[in-house]
Design a protein. Structure first.
Length: 295
């Protein structure tokens, strides 16, 4: 578990950087740029995490393309990525259709939008999905899973990376007005970022759903030996979800509203059940494909 402990230390480094350096950085930047305090703190945490990983990657044996999940030849990598995007979008669209059939979504915002605006939203959200997927999959299913698998085996690697993957989605943006920023605001920002964990039952459904998604992506990573499909699936899911967030809103008074989480009005018990069902099929699909490729 040395590698897992090392990665947890990198997250701790990022949190410490927020608490210690957000206020000094704000003092330097705020007179010249209108950056919100929370945005400065978040970027400092990300930079600290990135710098920490860059400095430790060679020590952990994770500084090569294969360890990061990019060992597949580029044409094959791109093909697998695009197939993953299609499968991710199709499977997420199916559960959105189910939500609509159950009367859980109000599409009035979409009805009032022009085709051009809908197309623009779709394209921009696809770009967002790809960016999120590349970053998260490279770090989690690439470097982190590889390092843990070498020490503790595939099962531990899949479960631990899924746990971290789920937890990181509950780091919320905690806004502190410029007029209220003080030398202690770095600690306030850190506490606010982690506030969701103070009420675990309110995020239980969303946490379990994201954990299941992480397990599916980890299993696909083990089956294929690279992160091309993981990036594609992740991007396809995020693409559809962000687009739906933009064009609809959940009906909280609907009889089945409990199926959608209170955290974001989307992921929850319904998506958890769908993830378990679709995840098993996706794992079989990629495992058989990898088996054929090896033969």
């Amino acid at each position: 578990m040395r590698t897992f402990a090392w990665f947890l230390g990198l997250f701790a480094l990022g949190f410490a950087a927020i608490a210690l350096f957000a206020y000094p950085a704000w003092l330097v930047l705020h007179p010249h740029f209108d950056f919100p305090f929370h945005r400065i703190g978040e970027r400092i945490g990300m930079l600290a995490l990135l710098a920490g990983f860059a400095l430790s990657a060679r020590r952990l044996g994770l500084a090569d393309r294969r360890s990061l999940g990019y060992g597949l030849a580029r044409p094959l990598f791109l093909r697998e990525l695009l197939v993953g995007v299609g499968l991710g979008a199709a499977t997420m669209a199916a559960v959105v259709a189910l939500m609509t059939a159950l009367g859980l979504l109000d599409w009035s915002a979409a009805a009032g939008s022009s085709p051009g605006r809908v197309a623009l939203i779709a394209v921009s959200r696809l770009a967002s999905g790809l960016a999120v997927a590349f970053i998260e999959e490279t770090f989690l299913r690439g470097a982190m899973l590889t390092g843990i698998e070498r020490e503790s085996g595939g099962t531990a690697a899949v479960l631990l990376t899924a746990l971290v993957y789920s937890a990181t989605h509950f780091f919320v943006s905690y806004r502190i007005p410029a007029a209220d920023v003080t030398p202690g605001s770095g600690l306030d920002l850190l506490a606010g970022t982690l506030q969701s964990f103070a009420h675990p039952m309110s995020i239980a459904d969303a946490f379990l759903c994201l954990f299941a998604v992480g397990v599916v992506l980890g299993a696909v990573r083990l089956a294929t030996g690279n992160i091309a499909a993981c990036i594609g699936l992740h991007a396809g899911w995020v693409w559809v979800m962000l687009t739906v967030h933009e064009l609809s809103h959940p009906l909280t008074a609907a009889p089945g509203a409990f199926l959608l989480s209170r955290f974001d009005g989307f992921i929850g018990w319904l998506v958890l059940a769908w993830t378990c069902l679709v995840g098993a099929a996706l794992h079989r699909f990629y495992a058989r494909g990898a088996s054929r490729s090896r033969r």
